[in-house]
Design a binder for this molecule. Sequence first.
Ligand SMILES: Nc1ncnc2c1ncn2[C@@H]1O[C@H](COP(=O)(O)OP(=O)(O)OP(=O)(O)O)[C@@H](O)[C@H]1O
Length: 242
Amino acid sequence: MDGSRVSRPPPPVQLRGVTYAFGSGALARPVLRDVELAVAPGEIVLLTGPSGSGKTTLLTLIGALRAMQQGSAQVLGQELAGASEAQRVALRRRIGFIFQQHNLLGFLSARQNVAMALELDRTTSEAERLERADAILAQVGLGDRGESRPDQLSGGQRQRVAVARALAGNPGLILADEPTAALDRQSGGEVVRLLRDLARQRGVPILLVTHDPRILDIADRIVAMEDGRIVPASQAEPVRAG
Ligand SMILES: Nc1ncnc2c1ncn2[C@@H]1O[C@H](COP(=O)(O)OP(=O)(O)OP(=O)(O)O)[C@@H](O)[C@H]1O
């Protein structure tokens, strides 16, 4: 048998020649230049680099939060170059997002915030969604705080609710943008270790943008960006411990 014809599933994220600019014409300002990056199944990749190097722009392209301009981005089997808005919306529903600020709704309880992520699943009742939310809140150590609103929780607890919400819909990929930026050292470390452990159990890959040198040890691989390009590890500026 010809082994070369056995088809492997494509990696969850495969970028080729991704180039992106803000503005147009003479005012066009390139922020991503020919980016090549792959994330393997279950892999935890940290994306670091100086402010303005293009990390967040890259993450929002992969998350189908903005339209591609040049190059190819295959994410969970969807090619994003030329994808329609409907295809991008459908892909976003298969990705768990975690942002710097927790982005929880202040007037909803923790369990309602998590259950909301399941609302797109029309096969489940509200009661079932809340039950699933309670189960995942227990996994992030907040089994007894389901009725608390975000303003009744600490920063670290809020971010753990955000982790629960991101995982609740069984995503195929987690994208996180500076998830520890608003947290102190201890709670930041706890949140990302929890995220890593839960993602590992489920085999979900993570791409996480961070400036935080204290959490680099959670990564399977660290990728550095400079001036819109991925730089080989040997050329990357050393990340200084804060
Ligand atoms: N909506 C926008 N319009 C115009 N320029 C933008 C826009 N968003 C970002 N930029 C610019 O694109 C460049 C890359 O920004 P980006 O946020 O991707 O960098 P970053 O590496 O994530 O930075 P940081 O670590 O500070 O968040 C920056 O120079 C930024 O000013």
